[in-house]
Design a protein around this ligand. Structure first.
Ligand SMILES: O=C(O)CCC(=O)C(=O)O
Ligand SMILES: [Fe+2]
Length: 346
């Protein structure tokens, strides 16, 4: 990735998408304390007030932050340290686990969002390696780096812990939609969930480029860890302004993705977000993308539609949707990305 002062046009956002006005940490996204889930009587009943907080945050923001989520701070520290060590390696070392034509997992430094290059490098890991090749006949095996030592152990443990949290959050979302707590779990018996490690190096022209261009997450839920640098901007639903998400130590940022938007028949919306850069500091983040099985056909849930509130989307297949989206993110093309709006009924 270039550090030259000359502007590389591949990274330059169209003027209307450059990060000019960001409301800094004011009127921030809701903060939800999950400790009631882990009290002595946990598992018995989820307090109504917690469900109401999740409902309001999902409806009004599509985003919230959680604290007291049950993931040990030592594990977060280990994950961040290991991530920093990996990205500090030489290009040559990192390219040993680079993604290739056959395997879309691994290290990558040239991703595009909406056909503009993102100022970042990543490594992608699936949570569960499928026992069979995928629909394209591709093998989805993780490429585990040999260095730093402990990389694999750390992220396997991280994945297991995050998966537990993701299921608890999914249950809260189900309850908040007046559904039985485990109503959505069936879609995740098999999963296409993946973990991405993001490194955003300092950028000499942070007013022109973005770490990740504006987008909505395609999956069900995202559980994001960010370091103390800050840079995630969320498009506030109430007024359309970009709001910077304040880094809170040992917290996660949760957002509902397109799939929950469709399941909820637009009660909840997947909200646009992006990553702004700065010229002085690196930023590290770790999104956990909670994705259902590839055979899942996504459509508004029957319990949430009726004559007065008919289904607003046609059914689509998750595996097909994701494959199409992913292909377009890895190269610059003139075609528009696939979006759930393509399945929206008019
Ligand atoms: O790094 C972040 O804070 C968010 C990244 C993101 O939105 C994504 O990878 O979908
Ligand atoms: Fe995202």
């Amino acid at each position: 990735m270039g550090h030259q002062v000359e502007v590389d046009q591949a990274f330059v956002q169209a003027p209307e998408h450059r990060p000019k006005t960001v409301i800094s940490e004011a009127g921030g996204i809701p903060l939800i304390d999950l400790s009631p889930l882990f009290s002595d009587s946990a598992g018995a009943v989820v307090p109504v007030t917690l469900v109401q907080q999740v409902e309001a945050a999902s409806r009004d923001w599509g985003f919230f932050q959680v604290i007291n989520h049950g993931i040990p701070p030592e594990l977060l520290k280990a994950a961040e340290t290991t991530e920093r060590e990996f990205f500090a390696l030489s290009e040559e070392e990192k390219k040993k686990v680079r993604r290739d034509e056959v395997n879309p997992l691994g290290y990558y430094e040239s991703e595009h969002t909406k056909n503009v290059r993102d100022w970042k490098e990543v490594i992608d890991l699936v949570l569960h390696e499928p026992s069979e090749v995928d629909v394209r006949g591709l093998e989805l095996k993780n490429k585990w780096p040999q260095v730093p030592p402990g990389f694999r152990e750390t992220f396997e443990e991280y994945g297991k812990s995050l998966e537990k949290l993701a299921f608890r959050l999914l249950e809260l979302i189900a309850l908040s939609l007046n559904l039985p707590a485990k109503r959505l779990n069936v879609f995740f018996e098999e999963q296409t969930t993946f973990i991405r490690l993001n490194h955003y190096p300092p950028c000499p022209y942070p007013d022109l480029a973005l770490g990740v261009g504006r987008h909505k997450d395609a999956g069900a839920l995202t559980v994001l860890y960010q370091d103390s640098t800050g840079g995630l901007d969320v498009k506030r639903k109430s007024d359309g302004n970009w709001v910077r998400v304040k880094p809170i130590p040992n917290s996660f940022i949760i957002n509902v993705g397109d799939i929950i938007q469709v399941w909820s028949n637009d009660k909840y919306e997947s909200v646009e977000h992006r990553v702004s850069l700065n010229s002085a500091r690196d930023r590290f983040s770790i999104p956990f993308f909670f994705y259902p099985a590839s055979h899942t056909n996504v459509k508004p849930l029957e319990e949430l539609v009726d004559e007065k509130n008919p289904a607003r989307y046609d059914e689509y297949n998750w595996g097909e949707f994701f494959k199409t989206r992913k292909d377009s993110n890895y190269k610059k093309s003139e075609a528009e990305n696939i979006q759930i709006t393509h399945f929206k009924r008019v």
